[in-house]
Ligand binder design. Sequence first.
Ligand code: RP5
Length: 165
Amino acid sequence: MSTKKVLIIMGSDSDFDQLEPAWKVLETLGVRYQVRVASAHRTPAVVRELAEGARDAGFGVVLAAAGGAAHLAGVIAAHTTLPVVAVPIANGTLGGMDALLSSVQMPPGIPLASVGIAGAKNAGLFAASILGASDPAVATGLADFRKAMHDKVSKADAKVQQRTS
Ligand code: RP5
């Protein structure tokens, strides 16, 4: 199991299904995590408290998922020096483009990383990479994960070659 944990915050429980791949892949990798609902607009005091306390609570990275005018990740980053990864949720009239641009167009000074729209699985993997830089158990989990992907593609390649020869 990982030494440090990943804090996963979603702006609304309506984001749950889109974000689930993030903690599913963390489970595969043996990375500890906690999932919370807190909104930059509706519960700003809770967001601030979570962000300010995250490092002392044993978290090494924060994933922040929100849709629409997605300010959650940026607000969290303003209240912690831990790395923050935004997960733009695909919803509403703009289908996630609004959340994506809100995440990647941060003004200089408080940077965020961001995955693509609805990129929860990659967010989990990227969070593991951040922890894996200093946690050998997590780095090993990631290497195993990549080996499994490699083997799957090799099998598919062999099958396709067989079907086409
Ligand atoms: C955002 O507004 C949430 O992250 C969610 O993606 C979106 C809609 O929230 P609900 O109205 O479904 O609670 O803050």
